[in-house]
Design a protein around this ligand. Structure first.
Ligand SMILES: [Zn+2]
Length: 155
């Protein structure tokens, strides 16, 4: 890969996950999806708007001592479709995961329709089906297109 050298701008980690080729400016949303806000004591390195041959600008997120599951990776595809995930053990990449769009996302996004039953005080998790042009609320059919990260319900 021609941008290997540029990856070195962010220091290597011993064990954990490197999320590379994140859409520029989305790194903090990636952390939100992973539920990482610093309170858990995780060691996180972020490179933002790093020059990339493939994307122009990209973000890189490195999380130490945490290996992402495939389902977490799939959700990342909604905001970072080009992301590549490297699982690192003892400074070596032992596994590469590709992001794939999931068919459905549960409990992660908030429906923008205020009258939606998922926004009432009902014991229902939000549920969105992933469609070609975004995600569609499983309850009211509202489609969220470009600003998916604005509707993250994680905090
Ligand atoms: Zn809805």
């Amino acid at each position: 890969m021609s941008d290997t050298d540029k990856q070195l701008r962010v220091s290597k980690i011993r064990n954990g996950t490197v999320i590379d080729h994140v859409t520029g400016g989305q790194a903090l949303n990636v952390l939100a999806i992973l539920g990482i806000d610093g309170a858990g004591g995780e060691s996180v390195s972020i490179g933002m708007n790093v020059p990339s041959d493939r994307l122009g600008r990209k973000d890189v997120v490195k999380v130490e001592d945490r290996e992402l599951s495939q389902s977490e990776v799939d959700v990342l595809s909604l905001i970072a479709p080009e992301a590549t995930i490297n699982i690192v053990r003892d400074y070596e990449v032992v596994e590469k995961l590709r992001v794939e769009r999931p068919e459905r996302v549960t409990g992660l996004l908030t429906c923008p329709n205020r009258n939606c039953i998922s926004n009432a005080n009902e014991p229902v998790d939000s549920r969105f089906d992933v469609v070609d042009d975004g995600v569609r609320c499983g309850y009211c059919g509202t489609i969220v297109r470009d600003d998916i990260a604005d509707h993250l319900s994680v905090s």
